[in-house]
Design a protein around this ligand. Structure first.
Ligand code: HEC
Length: 206
């Protein structure tokens, strides 16, 4: 009996501690959010609506328990899956040389960019691709020799969906939703696909 009582006491204290910690974390998050909201200004064609998160981003930003539950996580992933638009002309591949230029172009969507210029993909910010480019980020996995994985329908659809909306496969992915968020158009994604898969592309040079 004594044992049960002391266990209950420990449980009660830990519930109190975690409730306290949660409210502390919550108000800290709120404070940080209000600082960055106040520090941003709309400029040229870039408005503050950029700060509004999608339901998925909100769930993934919730540091308390990441995405609330597995059910919610699966629901958000399912919605991402439904957002993918496969090539309307049935072609997965464009021109790898144009794709190379898009992968290395980090411009677009900033207030200082000309909004009528096409956006770049900035893939090198996070991925290794061609061996000729030595400046690359490592947030994402290396895509060197990506074509080695073959061009089965499953592989093409996976890669297309990954570029269109990476949250399809990883709900809290840090990779931008290039198609879903309207950053790149169908032709640009076809060109990037060629850059990843074409045997003549430097990405696949041995
Ligand atoms: C901000 C970082 C970031 C940028 C920019 C980025 N990616 Fe990614 N990418 C990732 C991460 C992280 C992953 C690992 C899976 C995940 O978290 O979604 C990934 C995974 C991938 C994969 C799947 C890799 C595999 O082994 O199956 C492909 C393909 C891919 N990215 C292509 C691209 C292309 C093409 C571009 C440019 C248009 C790009 N990525 C830009 C972060 C990024």
């Amino acid at each position: 009996m004594l044992k049960i009582k002391s266990l209950l006491a420990v449980a009660a204290v830990s519930v109190m501690v975690s409730a306290y910690a949660d409210s502390g974390l919550h108000s800290e998050t709120k404070a940080v959010e209000s600082v960055w909201r106040e520090s941003m200004v709309a400029k040229n064609h870039v408005g503050l609506d950029r700060l509004n998160q999608t339901a998925l981003q909100k769930a993934c930003s919730n540091a308390d328990d990441n995405v609330a539950s597995n059910a919610e996580r699966e629901q958000l992933r399912q919605a991402a899956t439904e957002s993918v638009v496969y090539p309307t002309d049935g072609k997965f591949f464009g021109d790898w040389q144009r794709g190379e230029a898009i992968a290395g172009n980090g411009k677009g969507m900033q207030w200082s960019d000309n909004p009528s210029d096409p956006n770049g993909g900035n893939c090198y910010a996070c991925h290794q691709m061609s061996p000729d480019e030595v400046a690359y980020g490592t947030v994402g996995p290396s895509l060197r020799n990506y074509g080695m994985r073959g061009t089965s329908q499953a592989m093409l659809k996976y890669t297309w969906a990954k570029i269109w909306n990476p949250q399809t496969y990883m709900v809290c992915s840090h990779m931008p939703r290039f198609g879903d968020a309207g950053i790149l158009d169908q032709q640009q994604i076809q060109d990037l696909m060629a850059y990843l898969f074409d045997p003549a592309s430097p990405v696949n040079r041995k």
